[in-house]
Design a protein around this ligand. Structure first.
Ligand code: HEM
Length: 367
């Protein structure tokens, strides 16, 4: 399924201009929505939800939702995000350690109910596709999966069955939206908190891109902005517990014997905040990703997408979304604390992913 998903993502333009065109198109819609709230204080999350949700919709369904209030998209995103919050809640962490507690009421029961509702919802809305499937005109991931399912219908062991498709859609909506939205929220929040960094990003955009549409190829000349985006991902650490893994054989790690099957939680904080790798590890310091002449440099400990065989499959897509949404928002607007608030704290929410606790931000158009 991982291989099928990666190759189908490529067929539908991930890593190519086609997906870039979809993202830049969505940047335009997002800017228009925000423009309706210029010189107001708003929570950005509601707008970013739909913008990023529309990119996943374009890949899986083959179309975006025109209306930023569209109930189908909002419901799909709500169900996906609520469970990510609940999975990281204290009662679920305790339940994971002591599964005997499953008989007691608590968030673990709500998660199961949500999953059931989500499956039902995805089946009713997105799989309506089946009725109009055109083998030679596949619109997105769902069509590609359904064509494969038809091809393999004589194979009783095929992985291409409805339950797998529903689970994949559920995963893509959860993993592919919440993390990216949280990262863009952090990027803008850091601009609010550090106006002098915001000013440098604006200056670079004006110099390199001017008033043209930001494109991914600009990134090679956008050293400072690129460093800001990387530093955002490092400090934000939006998947703090990573995804649980297990040892596939007995191993010896730093003198500890870990038998095959040992449950491992590889905390990304151990690399992202490693003081031997980042000189001001606890601070927001874009210079971590710049050399002495101001050129962008990568760092080996920069692993927000994890590493190894199960590294995030959405890395290429997420990097493009993060860079393009951030730059085009910054091209059109400047971001400030709401009038009368001088202190702008950025606090992470508790959950499996860790977005900033939503705060209102004052939006000013750049003329
Ligand atoms: C800033 C955005 C993102 C971050 C920080 C992020 C981070 C991660 C991390 C840390 C993992 C765990 C890897 C491991 O098990 O070692 C992961 C897995 C995964 N991510 Fe992402 N991700 C992001 C965006 C996306 C997007 C846009 C998609 C899909 C469109 C996606 C789909 C997935 C999937 C399906 C997995 C499971 C892969 C597997 O187990 O084989 N992610 N991600």
């Amino acid at each position: 399924m991982r291989r099928f998903t990666l190759s189908t993502f490529r067929d539908f333009g991930v890593g190519k201009r086609t997906i870039e065109d979809k993202i830049t198109e969505e940047c335009g819609f997002l800017n228009k929505e925000l423009d309706l709230h210029k010189n107001e204080s708003v929570e950005l999350k509601q707008f970013l939800n739909v913008a990023v949700g529309n990119i996943i919709s374009s890949i899986v369904l083959g179309h975006r939702f025109d209306n930023y209030q569209h109930p189908t998209l909002l419901r799909a995103l709500h169900l996906a995000h609520e469970n990510l919050r609940l999975i990281g809640s204290p009662s679920v962490i305790i339940y994971n350690v002591f599964p005997i507690l499953r008989f007691l009421p608590g968030n673990h029961k709500k998660i199961m109910r949500n999953i059931e509702e989500q499956h039902q919802f995805l089946r009713e809305t997105f799989l309506n596709h089946l009725k109009v499937l055109e083998r030679d005109d596949q619109r997105g991931y769902i069509d590609a999966f359904l064509v494969k399912q038809l091809e393999e219908k004589e194979n009783p062991n095929s992985y291409f069955h409805e339950m797998n498709l529903i689970s994949i859609l559920q995963t893509l909506f959860a993993a592919g939206t919440d993390t990216t939205i949280a990262s863009i929220q952090y990027a803008i929040s850091f601009m609010v908190k550090y106006p002098e960094i915001q000013k440098r990003v604006h200056e670079e955009i004006d110099k390199v891109i001017g008033t043209s549409q930001p494109q991914f190829y600009h990134r090679k000349n956008m050293n400072y902005t690129n460093a800001v985006v990387h530093e955002t991902q490092r400090v934000a650490n939006v998947v703090p517990m990573n995804v649980p893994h297990a040892t596939t054989r007995d191993i010896n790690f730093k003198g500890y014997h870990l038998p095959k099957g040992t449950y491992i939680i590889p905390l990304l904080e151990s690399v992202l905040f490693d003081k031997t790798q980042f000189e001001k590890a606890e601070e927001f310091y874009p210079e971590h990703f710049l050399d002495s002449s101001g050129k962008f440099i990568t760092r080996p400990a920069f692993l927000p997408f994890s590493t190894g065989k199960r590294i995030c499959i959405g890395e290429t897509l997420a990097k493009m979304e993060l860079y393009l949404f951030f730059t085009s928002l910054m091209q059109k607007f400047s971001f400030h604390p709401p009038p009368g608030e001088s202190d702008f704290d950025i606090k992470p929410a508790v959950g499996f992913t860790s977005p900033p606790i939503p705060r209102k931000i004052y939006i000013v158009p750049r003329t």
